[in-house]
Design a protein around this ligand. Structure first.
Ligand SMILES: [Zn+2]
Length: 308
């Protein structure tokens, strides 16, 4: 290639990339507004509340109990119904509606109603046997939407970390729309339509999830610096109720989970853990070798020395 042609070629290239930058720059200004708003205001995502729901179909994933492959992001498509109301409705109607998910979130709270160690009925058999599933409730207004996105992204990031999964959009984090395209068992396209109406997108959601995921991994906090160390706090400083434990491992990043064996002793669960400073509903207490354990899921127990 002659020098003259090279210069010509490079200028065409620079025009081309200049146009690309301009386009992506414009897109970013519009689409990352919500994420920028969340981050610049250091919006604290709601703590995940763990409440055992009524769903009694306990089935493991294709890789086994406690081995989800990722998280599906849903949107309820129902204006005016919040997470609390959906939880009540699903707990009452899952048998007739034939649908259940792990969690609901809105702008104020995130409620986990079925242990993510087990599958649910949210997006067709292929997805149900692979993924954790959360429903985002519709809210009104920019600030409320931003809070709901922070809550949703925090839940997804937390579950990826809890199950030692990488954060790979399209592989470990999928919209219901992507699930429909991948497995052809449902035709739903959520949350794309709702996101678009808010000037948001699944790509932006993935950016928000990655932001929280990386900060949680590196700093144990959703915000890397200058953030509130009480990550995931939205309880207004309230203390947990009597049947709720708050756990923390002051010597590490995560609280170990123990499984009760048939002989009555406990063994460490190695492929998952509880995040520091999280609340868990508990229903049973058991002693073994001088250690007191509290049950936080079907066969997940925590040493009470981690209870704060
Ligand atoms: Zn859906």
């Amino acid at each position: 290639m002659s020098k003259g042609r090279k210069v010509w070629f490079l200028s065409i290239l620079s025009i081309f990339f200049g146009a690309l930058l301009l386009v992506s720059g414009n897109t970013e200004v519009k689409a990352s507004g919500i994420n920028d708003y969340i981050i610049s205001n250091k919006i604290q995502p709601a703590k995940i509340q763990y409440r055992e729901g009524t769903f009694s179909e306990w089935f493991g994933y294709e890789n086994g109990v406690g081995k989800p492959e990722g998280v599906v992001v849903h949107e309820t498509a129902t204006p005016g119904v919040n997470a609390e109301q959906f939880v009540t409705s699903f707990n009452n109607n899952w048998k007739t509606q034939q649908t259940y998910v792990h969690a609901f979130t809105d702008d104020k709270e995130t409620i986990n109603i079925h242990s993510a160690d087990y599958g649910v009925w949210g997006a067709g058999p292929a997805a149900n046997y692979r993924y954790i599933q959360i429903e985002l409730c519709r809210v009104n207004g920019y600030d409320a939407f931003a809070h709901s996105i922070a809550n949703d992204a925090f839940y997804v990031a937390s579950k990826l970390i809890q199950y030692n999964l990488p954060d790979i959009p399209g592989q470990t984090v999928l919209s219901h729309h992507q699930i429909s395209l991948k497995y052809h068992e449902t035709t739903h396209v959520d949350p794309d339509t709702y996101f678009a109406a808010q000037g948001y997108s699944m790509d932006e959601m993935n950016s928000m999830i990655s932001y929280y995921y990386n900060n949680l991994k590196n700093y144990g906090n959703v915000y890397a610096e200058g953030g509130n160390t009480n990550a995931g706090s939205n309880n207004n400083g309230s203390t947990p109720s009597a049947n709720v434990l708050r756990v923390n491992n002051s010597n590490g990043n995560y609280v170990p989970i123990m499984a009760l064996k048939n002989d009555g002793t406990f063994a460490r669960v190695t492929n998952r853990a509880l995040m520091n400073n999280t609340d868990w509903q508990t229903d049973k207490t058991k002693e073994s070798n001088g250690v007191t354990y509290r049950r936080v899921a079907t066969n997940e127990w925590v040493d009470t020395t981690y209870v704060i």
